[in-house]
Design a protein around this ligand. Sequence first.
Ligand code: ZN
Length: 133
Amino acid sequence: MTIQGLKDYRCPHCKSDRCGNDANAGWDVVTQQSVLLGEFDAQWCNDCGDVTLEEFEITDAQEIARIDAARAALAIEAAAPLLLAAAEAALGDLSAACAKGYVPMAIEQLTAAIAAARPERREGMQVGAQPLI
Ligand SMILES: [Zn+2]
């Protein structure tokens, strides 16, 4: 079965989602939390023990909406460095930037960074927009 949408795994016996793969974790000194280093083929269910998990497509509209919202938040988080750099470029020294004609370039950088953070809005955005001041 080829899954086109979002997939998840569950126990084939009790249908529980309290299941997973054996894995190896380490410590990330920067984030100060455990991180996944690798996963193994061995799978388990909290209630049934060792099993081979079944893959299935998520079809519940509310669950899909919740996952989409969480993925959009992750896209914004990933684009934060771009947005910060573009905002600093745009606002760093606005009067000097205006004098040198950097504002259109800064707006273009902001527009590109926002498009990276929110790709679904790309069509409505004006790349190369006119300066606001
Ligand atoms: Zn189970």
